[in-house]
Structure formats: C-alpha cells, structure tokens
Design a protein around this ligand. Structure first.
Ligand code: ATP
Length: 328
C-alpha cells in the first residue's frame, strides 16, 4: 500500500466512528480532493468499507479480513516479530521468497504473508494446498544465536505457539503431532516447514514457514488431502479472523523464543509435551527406505522423538528425516 493511502486509512481508523472531512484530509496531507477520492476508491477496492457523506466527509465502516500489513500491525504487541511484512496476493512459496530476502539481509523477524501459494510445499518437497483467502500462509525470518543441531526445536516451538494461538482465539483443541503438524480430531489443520542456511557451528538464517487451514470448506481441499485435512472453521462453527489468529501466533512465538534464548528449551519442550497427541502411544516411523514400529515415549532435549522399540531399545527419530504415523 502506498504511503498516502496508508495515511488516509490511519486517519479514518483513528477518527472512527466520526467522519473526517475531505477538506481536512487535503489540508493534512497537502493533496487535492481528486487525489483523496482516488485513494478512497483504491481502499474500497481493497475491501475497506468507507462511507462518503456530503459535508460530513468519510467514515470507515468496515475492514476486510485480508492479511494486509496495516491490519496485522493494528495492536500487534511484538518486539521484533512481524514488524516488517511483505504482503503477496499470490506467490509460488512464502518460504522461497523469505529465503531470498534473508540472503539479502532482511531484518530479523521479517515476514512474508500470502493470500495464496501456487507452489506451497511441505517437507520433502510435498505439495501444500493453499486455497486463496481461506488459510494463512506465512514465513518469517530469524537469525537465532543457535547452533544447527538446535534448529529442530524451532519447529516444535512453532507448533506450541500455533497450538496456543488456536486454542485462545478459536477454542478449538488443537494437538501437536511430532514434529511439524497440528491436528484436530486426527486431521491436519496446520503444517510447519523450517529451513535453514547454516555453517558447521552457526546458523546464517532460518525461515519458518506455516500454513494454517482457517476458513476452508471441505471442497477447498484437493481430493488427495481431503481425508486428512480439516479447517478451524469446521470445528469452531464460525468464520475465524485470520488476522487475529496470526497476531496471536506472533505474540506467542516471540514469547517462547525469548524464554528459550534466556532459559534454554526446557520450558517450551514441557509445554510441547502437554499439547502433544503423539506421545505415550504406538507409532510407526518411516524413512524413505524403511519403517519401524514402537512406542513414542518422550522427546529429547534437542526435539528428537524417543521411541521404545519392541526389543526394549530406545531409538531417536530426528525430524526432517522421517514421517510419523499414529498407529491404531
Ligand atoms: P505426513 O502428513 O505424512 O505426516 P508430513 O507431516 O511430513 O507428513 P508435510 O510434508 O509437512 O507432511 O505436508 C505435506 C503433506 O500434507 C502432503 O503430502 C498432503 O498429504 C498434506 N497436505 C497438503 N496440503 C494440506 C493442507 N492444506 N492441510 C492439510 N494437509 C495438507
């Protein structure tokens, strides 16, 4: 959004439910009435409800549930996360764009949000269905003072933050399936894909990509994923504000990130365990070459899943390498 449009919107928002006269906007911004009208039209095209009344001026009557940076920024109380947002109506992949921005040195906490991804991906390059205006698709950039082996915990931290945000904003009891999914009643409502650029002892940057199924109907999902996917709307029984959910997530994530950098990962891992639906149950772990069955007993301090094999041996499963199925 350009600066003038942004300033007009801010003014209307500050004054709502009062009208702001066209004359005042012209005077404050030093522009003509025609220019003001043009920007009002552009805001309306973006979905803002603006009433125009002769002599009274303009009144903001409604805001769209688009993921516009102006909307996400409204009342956002984070210190650094999501303070700098790149908005895309459509993009092939928010992770790929974020990686390009990170390579160019984008600020810590910079976020790419998209209304739609044409080539959204999950782990191992699998497709991620990203229906336009229905879900939230976003990726944020971090420069964590961590070593590469600690990166997996960031996936778990993201899951904790999103599960908290979902529970608080929608009342839907989302549970975490190790390592990167959120489930409701056994179906996926959120996937997480963390990617990093690293050297032996140092992370250059990390991008954390999240896709959340918010207001999808069943037929918004391609047939192949329909059986295992669901949306928050389907469980809450109402349309969910994507902006509010995203704001709640950003706040939660930043909180857990700060706690972890100060105190280590123990607090976030403890919360992860409380919200997990993939612990203390039988699981099947699959790598591209083989599968093994066992009992999901715990997670390690680095986020690895500890699985007790039938013979008694405790085996570590590391995220990124394996898929997990909850056994019957
Ligand atoms: P798995 O689903 O086997 O546990 P995973 O957790 O590694 O694997 P990801 O690679 O993160 O899954 O996500 C990709 C998979 O998720 C796809 O193969 C597809 O089955 C499913 N999927 C794709 N889009 C969606 C969506 N919008 N909601 C839920 N599931 C989806």
């Amino acid at each position: 959004m350009d600066l003038l449009k942004d300033t007009i919107l801010r003014l209307l928002r500050e004054r709502s439910p009062e009208y702001v006269s066209g004359e005042e906007i012209c005077r404050l911004l030093n522009v003509t009435r025609t220019a003001v009208w043009k920007h009002i039209q552009a805001l309306r095209e973006n979905g803002y409800g603006i009433e125009a009344r002769s002599r009274a001026g303009y009144l903001l009557t409604g805001v769209p549930d688009k993921l516009f940076p102006e909307e996400i920024g409204q009342g956002l109380s984070t210190r650094f996360l999501g303070r700098n947002i790149l908005y895309c109506d459509s993009v092939p992949s928010t992770n790929n764009l974020a990686k390009e921005l990170a390579a160019q040195g984008a600020a810590d906490g910079t976020m790419v949000v998209a209304e739609e991804q044409s080539g959204g991906k999950g782990r191992l390059g699998r497709h991620w269905s990203s229906a336009k205006y229905k879900g939230i698709f976003f990726t944020f950039i971090l420069y964590p003072p961590l070593i590469p082996s600690e990166a997996n915990v960031l996936t778990l931290m993201t899951a904790v933050a999103m599960a908290e945000a979902v529970r608080n904003e929608t009342g839907v009891a989302a549970g975490i399936k190790w390592p990167n999914d959120l489930l409701v009643d056994g179906k996926k409502i959120c996937g997480i894909l963390v990617e990093l650029s690293a050297e032996m002892e140092r992370i250059n940057y990390m991008v954390v990509g999240v896709g959340v199924n918010v207001n999808q109907e069943e037929n918004d999902f391609p047939e192949v994923v329909r059986l295992n996917a669901t949306s928050l709307k389907a469980h809450a029984g109402r349309v969910i504000s994507r902006v509010k959910l995203l704001q709640a997530f950003l706040k939660e994530f930043e909180k857990w990130y700060d706690i972890s950098l100060e105190q280590g990962f123990a607090p976030v891992l403890a919360r992860w365990k409380e919200m997990s639906v993939s612990l203390n149950c039988p699981v099947r772990i699959s790598t591209p070459n083989k599968s093994w069955d066992g009992w999901a007993e715990d997670i390690d301090s680095d986020g690895a899943l500890l699985v007790r094999l039938p013979g008694g041996e405790l085996k570590r499963a590391i995220s990124g390498e394996v898929s997990l199925r909850l056994s019957e």
